[in-house]
Design a protein around this ligand. Structure first.
Ligand code: E1O
Length: 394
């Protein structure tokens, strides 16, 4: 058996992550790859196509080649290489920073930790374009589309509550394309401003939810030949978080010896929490709990929505998934507590995740380490916070 760079191999056809999810699951479970790929003299894959795509979706650097039995650890295949950038932190472009500036930091929060249960916030505002977790799917989806079709001069379109739109508006021009973002009624004003500043198009609508805009986008795609990147249904969104967000948490926890017992987060497309749930359910064989916040009925927490409004990965992937109703007031209380006791201003969806966790301690248990995904920074929501602070002091 020998190891060769995965990028040097030529698969005869493409499979999607859902075609090979079972193989991905068992590789994560075992921490080993059992099996080899067979290639011809030109590196065309003649045997092991499914394994190739599983390894590609997992983001390993090397593939095992041979004709007999192979058994090689994920670590030896360079599994973690894609999430550990250069220590000098010098990058030749912002796009390189987005891809190689990982992992995003994890920091222990005093405000929500106890002596035995430690709470770690994964700070996703360290992503450079949208200062949010949504850079990850935007970069992965756009680079993948651009690898297949010529996007120069084309318009990449999607609905967004703000962050994904900003990321798309920033990433599309790196590939010579433009972006058009369809915004629901309550999209963050910062989103519209930044997107327009970047000279991407915005379509402001009266829709309550981003997903309600899909049929309108389908129509415009037919009429105008836009490319719909579709963060809500494109499996590359889920894949981006499997390849980076979830893997980073695993890498970071191992590096300092954390005993992960669960993760808490929030859901918009459900991309990141579904991927984290899938990844750790396999890794830890069931002893890992995933908790996610959703806005309580009638409440609006920017970037999030209720699970029954439809999220494909949540339905397909997530088991052992506890969904907790949180009000905006509760989320902002948590934001305030972290600001006072840790000095960090997290965004409302991060606050909601902390509330969901606090309401689920019976499930999590009393000891270990929990990761809370903080999708973005509170500095984007000063208007919302201002109203809430003034109401509290009135
Ligand atoms: C959480 C999420 N927190 C914040 C988001 S509505 C989809 C999307 C957007 O268009 N925002 O920007 O999508 P996912 O479940 O992985 O993350 C939820 C502040 C967000 O902006 C998603």
């Amino acid at each position: 058996m020998k190891l060769v760079a995965l990028t040097s191999l030529k698969p005869p056809l493409e499979l999607s992550i859902m075609d090979v999810l079972d193989i991905i699951g068992s590789i994560l479970e075992e921490d080993y790859v059992s099996g080899c790929l067979e290639v011809d003299s030109e590196f065309n894959i003649v045997e092991g196509l499914e394994l190739y795509w599983a390894l590609e979706k997992l983001g390993v650097k090397y593939a095992p080649i041979g004709s007999g039995k192979c058994r090689v650890s994920l670590e030896d295949l360079g599994f973690y290489d894609n999430i550990v950038g250069p220590q000098h932190r010098v990058y030749y472009s912002p796009l390189e920073l987005a891809v190689r500036g990982l992992p995003t930091p994890m920091v222990m929060l005093r405000s929500f930790s106890t002596e035995s249960l430690r709470v770690w916030a994964k700070l996703e505002w360290f992503n450079p374009f949208s200062l949010s977790i949504k850079d990850r799917p935007a970069v992965h989806i756009v680079s993948s589309i651009a690898g297949k079709v010529n996007v120069e001069g084309k318009i990449l379109a999607d609905a967004s509550s703000a962050n994904f739109g900003i990321a798309l508006a920033a990433v599309a021009p790196r590939y010579g394309a433009k972006a058009r973002i369809y915004l629901p009624r309550r999209a963050g004003e910062h989103g519209r401003l930044v997107i327009e500043l970047m000279e991407a198009e915005t379509v402001r609508t009266e829709a309550e939810l981003t997903v309600e805009l899909l049929s309108r986008i389908y129509e415009d795609v037919r009429r105008e030949g836009l490319i719909h990147v579709n963060q809500f249904m494109n499996d590359l969104n889920f894949e981006a978080h499997l390849k980076t967000t979830a893997k980073e948490i695993d890498y970071q926890a191992r590096a300092v010896g954390l005993k992960l017992v669960g993760a808490a987060g929030s859901i918009g497309t459900s991309g990141h929490m579904s991927a984290i749930n899938f990844y750790f359910r396999k890794r830890f064989k069931g002893s890992f709990k995933t908790i996610t916040a959703q806005p309580a009925p009638g409440e609006h927490i920017p970037g999030t929505r209720r699970s029954e409004t439809g999220m494909i990965w949540l339905a397909m992937i997530a088991e052992d998934f506890k969904i907790v109703d949180v009000t905006l007031g509760e989320a902002l209380e948590a934001v305030g507590k972290v600001a006072r006791e840790d000095g960090l201003l997290i965004g409302p969806s991060g606050g909601a995740a902390l509330v969901a966790l606090s309401k689920s301690l019976d499930l999590i248990g009393e000891s270990g380490d929990v990761v809370v995904i903080v999708p973005d920074t509170g500095f984007k929501y000063l208007d919302l916070m201002k109203k809430w602070v003034e109401k509290k002091s009135a």
